[in-house]
Ligand binder design. Sequence first.
Ligand code: RB5
Length: 161
Amino acid sequence: MNRSQPREPQFRRVVVACDHGGLALKDEVLDMLGELGVEPVDLGTYTSDSVDYPAYAGAAARRVAGGEAEAAILICGTGIGMAIAANKFPGIRAATCSEEFSARMARAHNDANVLALGARVIGAGLARELVRCFCTTGFEGGRHARRVDAIGAPQRGECGS
Ligand code: RB5
């Protein structure tokens, strides 16, 4: 496939949340989603006051797990805390990405439904491209579906060996 060609968005609605460390990128992310034809739902935070990222990751993860949105984009200082917190929720597959290959593979191979970005790691232009990659890349399925299903095994009580 020619990667320079625009692709259709894979999601209709995406929730966006950040902490104070991620606030600088949130408007870029919301704007890019609109440009892609994806409905953004802004869950805050809205000011630079210090807040705790797990609360925002949880609010977004619950909406994705509950089917209110198909995916989420979470932004904190590094993208790490948001992803760790979101991944505690059943059905959530969050990936922290700071280059395009990982953002594309997170969708194609891991069926990631949360993209986590670090506003102290990447700039606005790269953030927009990561949002584009994440939203326009489909899951490849096949052998990857078996592996993605296996990711959920511990939360189903199937601890294995
Ligand atoms: C907040 O200072 C910072 O710790 C947070 O945004 C994030 O980087 C955590 O992973």
